[in-house]
Design a protein around this ligand. Sequence first.
Ligand code: NCD
Length: 295
Amino acid sequence: MYLKDVISIHDLSTEEMVAILDQAETIKKERPQHLLQGKMMASCFFEPSTRTRLSFETAMKRLGGEVVGFSEKESTSTQKGESLHDSMRVIGEYADVIVMRHPLEGAARLAAEATPTPVMNAGDGANQHPTQTLLDLFTIREAHGRLQGLNIVLAGDLKMGRTVHSLALALARFNCRLFFVSTDSLEMPEEICDLLRSLGTPFSFHRSLSDVIEQADVLYMTRFQRERHDSAQATCERVTADLVRQGKENLIVLHPLPRVDEIAEEVDALPQAKYFQQAENGLFVRQALLSMVLL
Ligand code: NCD
């Protein structure tokens, strides 16, 4: 994976995904400190972020590497009219790896084309969020001991949520059965469904979590992507403790966070709630990814 761009989940083979998860498991146990000494990461966030930016930056620093970057595009030459291509071409000269989040679909691919320095897509519009998928997979494997053949419910804003787009395509590699729960207007995009069909992944559409909760090994909830919709709040179903208790004993509840109101706070205390552990795992998975791309 040396110097590889990670723009879409398609950029990673199944073997590479598993190798990243294995490396993250080792890093979580052994907590190495000096692996990336002398390496520089550029952290380029054109769109708000809490976990993704801070976990990437912490990942780099805890491995002995350094970080430069920005978290507001207003502080960069983008404000003066510089193209993304030119910015990335130059930043690629300063850093050994670029981590980029951008509101436009395809922006990370454009950045990767502008520089030979590897680019990690930390989310491009409603398109993809492949490093989130890696930490999602890590947390699922940690809880269930495997990825193969699980029943996974993806719920909430499946239309604009980039995490569920990348995750659905990754789960297809592990022969998972997918259940999509959303309102009519927030359904999984047709192009993702077409890809899943071509991969032979079984999936079905549902309007209510209670229709599928008893079969689920994983309930992956997402928030309404307010910033990517023209109209106001569409109703996303709310996960309650009662609903979670209807599930299997080893059901886990995940969420990429931030949560708005789609998971009731009473769920946090249940053993099934793994979303904070999931966010913590982001650190180890991003450490694994950075070390595999840079060494
Ligand atoms: C997600 C994102 O940015 O797509 N957040 C994250 O990276 N953990 C999910 C979201 O914003 O809803």
